[in-house]
Ligand binder design. Structure first.
Ligand code: CAO
Length: 414
């Protein structure tokens, strides 16, 4: 048995944010019915194609454990099928541009009329306000949610991050909202609307930067490198490079081989509790008692010198040797791992976080499996569906016979 056995999801999502949410629901055991336009499908099927003729990795890696139904919801027949689906399903998830569902004729009021227990979950770029009608993609959300203004180096432009916090991050928020609404429905008997705006989700993930914005009112942010460098703070939380951002200063430091390997680096945290161990490792035992270095406060104005000294040591070791030496001494460090190294990491294969999947069009490929592990609801990652692969069986489940399906095909509705 899976956690969400028996829960049916009407998956009206496309691109990345919505599909990451419904993929999670599929992994937790829900029956996810992905509705796509006949002959076209989710645009990502044919974006960033690496093997001509087959669905792209972009699509396959976001749409495991789903069934595909093609349906033109702008035809009369298509609308009728959609009505049946709404009556049959527990949750409808969508991330169309604002207003698209209303234009299709499916307002929230209409959906509630059809199924008062329906949970309607949406991703939009922005919540109610001046930008609510805008279309939004990942990097727009990163910029509008505060991530870009706080990422990068002080003397460079704002930067977006490789982690898809706007799309996949919002998908996670939406999934949490859906689970909560399902739980409430158990007691209230009613469905509800769930909205996860991308700007809000990114801002939630940037919470500590809003913390720092308010700390600025009380004076300079002493944990930021710029404090030690004597550079004044402006009106807003600045970009802090690779500073840890927390109470324990940290940096990315070069390791052996950095001249040729772009990922020969380690993250190194000078956690106060293990300062003496750090002094021993980097051969600076005199810093243990020296009042200029012995306390976290004294060190704040000397972080550049301290990290330069630590780096002189890390450059003599490779990033894994740094881990092997520091971990037994409780010094928090982390190697900068490339995607190649992660793909080849046996421990991630063992836990099902990196999974090999077989696909009829493209053969074997790697994907990221479910990152959340439930002890009583194991995840089997199954390949993404071909366009319309399950149309006939889903329509049969909704009560349509062979001849109905045939005439829908002829009318271009499926
Ligand atoms: N049958 C018939 N019509 C369908 C259909 C179906 N099965 N599925 C979609 N459509 C129609 C929609 O109804 C819409 O028609 P109208 O414009 O006439 O109302 C049309 O297809 C296009 O939908 P869209 O506007 O959502 O798609 P887009 O490619 O123009 O925009 C995106 C894409 C992502 C910018 C937009 O959907 C959006 O802003 N979504 C919300 C935010 C979001 O999720 N962004 C993250 C995307 S991942 O980076």
């Amino acid at each position: 048995m899976k956690a969400l056995d028996g829960i049916k999801i009407l998956d009206f999502t496309h691109v990345q944010s919505g599909p990451t949410c419904t993929q999670l629901l599929g992994w937790f055991g829900a029956d996810v019915i992905k509705v796509e336009r006949p002959g076209v499908g989710d645009a990502t099927r044919k974006q960033l194609v690496d093997k001509p003729g087959s669905d792209s990795l972009y699509f396959t890696m976001l749409n495991h454990n789903k069934r595909s139904l093609t349906l033109n919801t702008k035809t009369e027949e298509g609308k009728e099928v959609l009505e049946r689906l709404i009556k049959e399903c527990d949750v409808m998830v969508e991330n169309f541009a604002p207003g698209a569902l209303d234009r299709m004729g499916f307002t929230w009021e209409r959906i509630q009329e059809l199924n008062p227990r329906m949970i309607m979950a949406s991703v939009k770029g922005f919540g109610p306000g001046p930008y609510e009608d805008c279309k939004v993609y990942e990097n727009v959300a990163q910029c509008a949610g505060g991530a870009a203004s706080t990422t990068g180096f002080r003397d460079g432009p704002p930067l977006v991050t490789g982690a898809q916090i706007g799309d996949s991050g919002t998908g996670l928020h939406l999934c949490l909202g859906i689970m909560t609404a399902l739980f409430q429905r158990e007691r209230s008997g009613r469905g509800q609307k769930v909205l996860a705006p991308m700007q809000d989700s990114v801002l939630n993930l940037c919470r500590v930067k809003l913390r720092d914005q308010q700390r600025l009112d009380a004076g300079p942010l002493k944990e930021y490198s710029q404090f030690g460098e004597g550079i004044e703070f402006g009106a807003a939380t600045p970009r802090a490079g690779n500073d840890s951002g927390g109470g324990q200063p940290g940096r990315i430091l070069k390791c052996k081989g950095w001249e040729t390997d772009p990922d020969a680096y380690t993250y190194f945290i000078t956690q106060a509790a293990v300062w003496k161990n750090i002094c021993d490792v980097i051969d600076k035992p005199e810093w243990k008692e020296d009042e200029d270095y012995a306390t976290p406060n004294a060190r704040l104005t000397r972080l550049n010198e301290i990290f330069d000294t630590i780096e002189a040591w890390t450059m003599t070791k490779d990033k894994f040797e740094v881990m092997d030496i520091c971990n037994p001494l409780n010094i928090p460090v982390g190697p900068i791992l490339s995607m190649k190294e992660l793909a080849e990491e046996p421990a991630l294969r063992d836990t099902g976080t990196i999974v090999e999947v077989d696909h009829p069009e493209r053969g074997k490929y790697l994907t990221v499996g479910c990152p959340v592990k439930l002890s009583d609801s194991e995840v089997d990652v199954t390949r993404s569906p071909l366009l319309g692969e399950h149309s006939a069986e889903i329509l049969a489940m909704l009560g349509y016979g062979e001849s109905d399906i045939q005439s829908m095909r002829e009318a271009g509705a499926i």
